[in-house]
Write a protein that binds this ligand. Structure first.
Ligand SMILES: Cc1cc2nc3c(=O)[nH]c(=O)nc-3n(C[C@H](O)[C@H](O)[C@H](O)COP(=O)(O)O)c2cc1C
Length: 337
């Protein structure tokens, strides 16, 4: 098994310490391991070209020739992806989100790519022409996440693991363990918490253990079972986190991360969430949940199809105001002689 870790914190600091411990424990079980430091990467944010050359032809064909294609190949040649990130203002650092939008997210969404593959195979489209779909994204892989926050209150790290999941589910790196570290702020303070160090080592071992379990997985028949999860439990039975959406005047809840709908109640003064098997089968941690979204986006496009010819004319109205309002930063000013 090969594990690639991406660390998004300071050099030699807490995220890296936990990551090194996890990788070393996985290595002791025979895994081949590598660590990539986000601060070493030059990755431009996505310009959202359409059609996207990354989807059509692969990461090397992006308009930006930076480290994104290299990182993409590292991640998709691996069997396991360990992501460690510090919490900055409740979320992981912005550069990680920029990386997601360049090479992860919809570009590697297995449902979207599977659908395009079927269309190309069955000659249902000339739009995608000689498109090349990277079969590596369909392989069943494992993921693990470590979030590190300096605060001791959980609501100060509320969106960190949740946001990190958005790099995991599109290409189905099945998260098998996760750590939500709080109260570790000083550079290197991780070393002062032996129980957290051991938790990181166990996370590394769990990646190997989870990867070694064979699960039925065949997209054509939508047989889709996640690799086993060994981490801490949460209210959501699919992503094992606690970030729920509530709807006014209703007992309906949705997991904000994996999108499953359920019901909330209070029993003996304790909050309880109930999710049916049917609802769980539509989690975005499974092919079906991603496909639901792909279908909904397709419907949105279909509903507007007849009106698309109006857009060039409609957009013209914005040009004069754009000219009036838009200012350019110094880097985009004409060079002085
Ligand atoms: C810009 C910035 C914002 C931060 N915001 C939060 C926060 O919202 N919640 C939190 O728990 N810690 C916050 N922290 C603390 C870091 O998460 C903490 O120091 C962590 O150990 C950094 O990881 P590292 O040691 O791997 O760099 C913030 C730190 C910085 C630099």
């Amino acid at each position: 098994m090969k594990i690639v870790a991406l660390t998004a914190g300071r050099r030699n600091a807490n995220c890296e310490i936990f990551t090194i411990e996890a990788l070393n424990a996985a290595k002791e079980l025979g895994a081949e391991v590598e660590m990539i430091r986000m601060l070493d990467l030059e990755i431009h944010s996505c310009a959202v070209c359409w059609p996207c050359p990354v989807i059509m032809k692969g990461a090397e064909h992006c308009i930006y020739k930076d480290d994104a294609a290299w990182l993409y190949n590292k991640l998709f040649d691996a069997d396991g992806f360990l992501l460690a990130a510090p919490c900055y203002s409740l979320t992981p650092p912005g550069q990680l989100i920029a990386i997601r939008d360049r090479i992860m997210g919809p570009r590697v969404d297995i449902a979207c790519n599977w659908k395009m593959k079927q269309m190309v195979k069955n000659d249902l489209t000339d739009k995608f022409g000689d498109m090349e779909i990277d079969d590596r994204i369909f392989r069943r892989k494992v993921g693990a996440m470590i979030s590190v926050g300096g605060a001791t209150t959980e609501h100060w790290v509320s969106l960190c693991l949740a946001s990190m999941q958005t790099l995991m589910f599109p290409a189905q790196f099945n998260v098998c363990d996760q750590m939500n570290v709080t109260g570790v702020a000083e550079d290197g303070a991780a070393t002062l918490f032996p129980e957290l160090i051991e938790q990181a080592r166990q996370l590394g071992r769990n990646m190997v253990k989870s990867f070694e379990v064979d699960v039925p997985y065949e997209l054509n028949d939508a047989i889709d079972h996640k690799k086993p999860y060994y981490g801490p439990e949460g209210y959501c039975p699919m992503c094992h986190q606690n970030l729920m959406m509530f709807y006014p005047d209703s007992d309906k809840v949705s997991c904000a991360i994996c999108g499953i709908d359920g019901k909330v109640s209070v029993e003996d003064g304790k909050v309880k969430f109930t999710f049916t098997e049917e609802a769980m089968s539509h989690s975005r941690h499974l092919f079906q949940g991603l496909k639901d979204h792909d279908d909904e986006v397709f419907e949105v496009a279909k509903a507007l199809k007849d009106k698309l010819p109006l857009l060039p004319e409609n957009r013209k109205a914005y040009k004069p105001l754009e000219k009036e309002f838009l200012i350019k930063p110094p880097s985009k000013q004409p060079k002085q002689a």
